[in-house]
Write a new protein. Structure first.
Length: 64
C-alpha cells in the first residue's frame, strides 16, 4: 500500500508547502537594512513597507 500511495502522490504532482507566518516589524530607520538582510537569509519576503515619523514598519512573510 505504501508504494501505491507514493506513486499516486508523484503522479498527482503534489507539492509540500511550507507554512508562512505574517510578521510586522517596527524599527528605527538606521536598522532597516540589517533587518531586511536577516529576513532574506531566512527566506522571508517583505510585502509592505511604511514610514511613520522616525520608524519604518515592514510587513513580512517568514517561514517558522
Amino acid at each position: 500500500m505504501t508504494r501505491t500511495f507514493h506513486k499516486g502522490l508523484r503522479e498527482a504532482g503534489i507539492v509540500l508547502l511550507e507554512p508562512i507566518m505574517r510578521l510586522e516589524i517596527s524599527t528605527p530607520d538606521d536598522y532597516v537594512g540589517n533587518i531586511v538582510s536577516d529576513l532574506q537569509q531566512r527566506q522571508g519576503l517583505v510585502t509592505n513597507t511604511a514610514v511613520h515619523e522616525h520608524l519604518t514598519i515592514n510587513q513580512c512573510g517568514v517561514p517558522p
